[in-house]
Design a protein around this ligand. Structure first.
Ligand SMILES: N=CN[C@@H](CCC(=O)O)C(=O)O
Ligand SMILES: [Zn+2]
Length: 398
């Protein structure tokens, strides 16, 4: 089964040169892209979609979400809007509701959130555990997520649950809990922050999870200056996320992971602008990070506490309007950058592990058409429902 998407007014490929094609076409064949070029030269396909001069780009890669949860935190949000500061402790409210939910209800909630994200143009999605916080409930969250999303991250180190000694809980995270989630997850993450896990506890978690063969990610420098970014560099994490309170030394350390001397990709800085609005944190220094040579990702951080949205278009608009990124930089961070943060930015017909977040022959056929003539409209018309059509692995999902 093949689909020709044709008469694309502006096609942002997100290839290495940032190529933008005019009056372009893309052929989706099975799960892969089989052809890209000028619409006038396009080969025939089983069916055609006429984009009518509209813009198209890769589906969003949302590399940071927390979708496995039950319950509601509206009251906490209202208190925050009235002036209270965000604190990690609110996580416990969601843990209680999540533990009480049945597998059926938790799966239903997760599926609804994934469908909402797909309708918004997201075609590749990471999600985390972290609202179970005991062996059985963390393993359940990981198992349910593994059946639904593209990448699952173990976040047993989200909060020390009430009644636990922090060191003993860290032992649990590094031992029996890790063993229980291991079959279902590719990544591990730690919330390294005052009120969550100390630098030393975070280091123990990262070391244990690396030894178990998991890739690493870090929640760092969200609520104040700290060691999250330095730890991410120390452990060769794929991404450090939030990065709101950042020193020049943090930026230099991150940039150093991209100096070409390493054999694996460096550490991406993942910015979460919807979360920053909701928690009233300063936005990350995106321009300084880019100037230093650090690749950026943009992600929704969809979760019930700090960012209850999966709209990547909203994140792109906010990154442009508030963080000083150009539209093309923001779109790149929300597509290719997310793929880089998940180490899924390369791969084609040669290895069959198809790249996401960019459009080229052999990459996964993840594409969205906007109801707009250019990607600029994502920021020019913030909040408008601009996603018109979406294909995920070659299947039309909107
Ligand atoms: N910072 C840590 N975890 C989430 C918030 C989780 C919550 O408050 O429920 C975040 O990324 O913002
Ligand atoms: Zn998060």
């Amino acid at each position: 089964m093949s689909t020709l998407v044709t008469h694309i007014g502006e096609l942002l490929t997100q290839d290495g040169d940032g190529t933008v094609l005019r009056d372009a076409a893309v052929v989706l064949e099975g799960e892969r892209i089989s052809w890209i070029g000028p619409a006038t030269n396009a080969p025939p396909a089983d069916e055609a979609y006429d984009a009518g001069g509209r813009a198209a780009l890769p589906g969003w890669v949302d590399s940071h979400t927390h979708l496995v949860f039950a319950g509601d935190r509206t009251a906490e949000f209202e208190a925050r809007m009235a002036g209270e500061a965000y604190a990690a402790g609110g996580i416990a409210v969601t843990v209680e509701a999540t533990r009480a939910a049945t597998d059926y209800d938790l799966t239903r909630l997760l599926l609804a959130r994934v469908a909402e994200a797909a309708a918004g143009g997201t075609t590749y999605l990471e999600t985390k555990t972290g609202y179970g916080l005991d062996v059985g409930h963390e393993a359940r969250s990981a198992r349910l997520a593994a059946g639904v999303v593209d990448e699952v991250t173990y976040l047993g180190a989200h909060l020390v649950p009430g009644g636990w000694d922090p060191e003993e809980y860290t032992d649990l995270v590094c031992g029996p809990m890790l063993d229980a989630v291991r079959p279902y997850v590719r990544w591990a993450d730690v919330f390294c922050e005052t009120g969550a896990f100390t630098t030393e506890q975070s280091r123990r978690v990262l070391a244990a999870c690396a030894a178990a063969g998991l890739g690493l990610r870090v929640h760092g420098n969200q609520l104040g200056p700290g060691d999250g970014m330095a730890l991410a560099v120390e452990f060769g994490a794929a991404s450090v996320d939030h990065v709101n309170h950042v020193s020049d030394g943090d930026i230099d350390a991150l940039a150093g992971t991209w100096d070409g001397s390493g054999t694996v990709p460096g550490t991406v800085a993942t910015c979460l602008p919807a979360c920053d609005l909701s928690t009233r944190q300063p936005f990350p220094p995106a321009r300084r990070l880019l100037a230093a040579g650090v690749p950026l990702a943009l992600a929704s951080n969809c979760n019930p506490g700090t960012s209850f949205t999966s709209s990547m278009a909203f994140c792109v608009a906010t990154a442009v309007l508030q963080m000083g990124l150009t539209v093309h930089e923001a779109v790149r961070a929300a597509t290719y950058g997310g793929a880089l943060a998940l180490r899924r930015a390369t791969g084609d017909d040669a290895d069959g592990r198809r790249a996401v977040g960019s459009l080229a022959v052999g990459h996964r056929a993840d594409l969205q058409v906007l109801d707009a003539p250019s990607a600029t409209h994502l920021a020019y018309r913030p909040g408008m429902p601009l996603v018109r059509a979406v294909w995920r692995a070659g299947m039309r999902v909107r």
